[in-house]
Write a protein that binds this ligand. Structure first.
Ligand SMILES: [Zn+2]
Length: 314
C-alpha cells in the first residue's frame, strides 16, 4: 500500500463551520500525492485503509487519471478538496494537457469531494444517470459528516454536480486513446460507472471491486452479485480497484469479493427463513469472512443489515 498523505502544512483558517473556497493566501501547501503508472498513460493513487481523519484528509479511495494526446481524464477526485488539489498537481507533474473530463464514478464522498479542485479547468463532470437524485438526497449529510471528521481540513470541499449523465455507455476520445465509460445497473450503489482505456486495456472498476478492504453494499446485494458475474466476463490487461491494491492475479480479487457477497446473501436468506431478527442476523451472518478483510468491523454489520432489509421481502 502506498503511504498515507500526511498533512504537513500550517493550519491557517478563519472559519470552517461550512466547507467553502479559500482565498489564494489562505490556501495551505498542496500535499504530495504519490501516483503509480499501472499501464501506459494510466496513473493511480492508492487511498488509505484508515478511517477518514484530518491527518489523511479523506484520502481513502483509489483515484487517478488517464492521459491522451489532447486531454486528460481524472477518474474520481478523492475525499476532500485537499486531495483533489493534490491529484491535480500530480497530473501537472506528468503533463501540461488540459483536464477535459472528470469521472464521478459513484455518489460516495471518499470519491467525489475533491472535484472542486478541477472546476477552474472547466471539464465535463461525468456521472451515472441516477447520480443526481442520490446526490440530492445525501448531500446535506455528506457535507455535515465531512465537516465532523475533517474539521478545518475539509475547507474548500464542495459537491460539484455532473454536467454529463451516462445511461448506458459513453465513448470519449482523449486523443489517440478511446475511453469507454459504462453505466451499470444497481450494484455497489445505484449509480456505478466503470472506465475502460482501450489502448492499454486498463479497467477502472471503482467500487465495483474492493481488494482486501471489506466490500460495501449500498445499492443491492443481489444486483451487486449479478453485475459481478458480468464483470467476470470482461477482457482486459490491467485492473484498478476502488479500494485496495492490484497485486492479486485476476480473477482472484473478483472471486474473493463474490465469495464474500454470496456468503452474506445465502446466510441472510437462511436467517430470514429461520425467522431470526435483524439483530441476530448481524450477529451471526458472514463471520467466516472476518479474517479475510480489512475494516471488517466497520462495514460488515452494515452490509448484513442492508442485505436483510433487501431480502426480507423476497
Ligand atoms: Zn463507494
Amino acid at each position: 500500500m502506498s503511504p498515507v498523505a500526511i498533512w504537513a502544512a500550517p493550519l491557517v483558517f478563519v472559519c470552517a463551520a461550512q466547507a467553502m473556497p479559500l482565498s489564494a493566501q489562505e490556501e495551505p501547501a498542496i500535499v504530495d500525492l504519490p501516483v503509480r503508472q499501472v499501464a501506459p498513460g494510466n496513473f493511480v493513487h492508492y487511498g488509505s485503509f484508515e478511517e477518514r481523519s484530518p491527518q489523511n484528509l479523506g484520502d481513502n479511495a483509489n483515484i487517478g487519471f488517464i492521459v491522451g494526446s489532447k486531454c486528460v481524464m481524472a477518474v474520481d477526485t478523492g475525499g476532500s478538496f485537499a486531495v483533489g488539489r493534490a491529484l491535480r498537481q500530480a497530473i501537472r507533474r506528468v503533463t501540461p494537457l488540459p483536464v477535459c473530463y472528470v469521472i464521478l464514478t459513484h455518489v460516495h464522498p471518499d470519491h467525489f469531494f475533491g472535484a472542486a479542485a478541477f472546476v477552474a479547468d472547466h471539464p465535463q463532470f461525468i456521472a451515472h444517470k441516477n447520480y443526481p437524485a442520490q446526490l440530492a438526497a445525501r448531500s446535506r449529510s455528506y457535507r455535515n459528516s465531512l465537516q465532523r471528521d475533517l474539521g478545518e481540513a475539509a475547507a474548500g470541499s464542495e459537491i460539484i454536480p455532473p454536467t454529463v449523465l451516462v445511461a448506458e455507455r459513453l465513448q470519449i476520445d482523449l486523443g489517440g486513446r478511446t475511453v469507454i465509460v459504462r453505466a451499470w445497473p444497481p450494484a455497489h450503489t445505484d449509480d456505478d460507472l466503470t472506465v475502460f482505456d482501450e489502448l492499454s486495456g486498463t479497467m477502472w472498476f471503482s467500487d465495483l471491486l474492493f481488494v482486501r478492504h471489506t466490500p460495501v453494499v449500498d445499492g443491492t446485494i443481489t444486483g451487486f452479485v449479478a453485475v459481478m458475474k458480468e464483470l467476470r466476463a470482461l477482457e482486459f490487461d490491467h485492473y484498478v480497484p476502488g479500494h485496495g491494491p492490484d497485486d492479486l492475479p485476476w480473477p482472484q480479487p473478483l472471486d474473493a469479493q463474490l465469495r464474500y457477497l454470496t456468503v452474506i446473501l445465502d446466510e441472510t436468506r437462511a436467517a430470514i427463513r429461520n425467522r431470526k431478527t435483524i439483530q441476530q442476523a448481524t450477529d451471526e451472518v458472514g463471520l467466516s469472512e472476518a479474517g479475510h478483510w480489512v475494516a471488517f468491523e466497520l462495514f460488515h454489520r452494515r452490509n448484513v443489515t442492508a442485505a436483510y432489509a433487501e431480502l426480507e421481502w423476497e
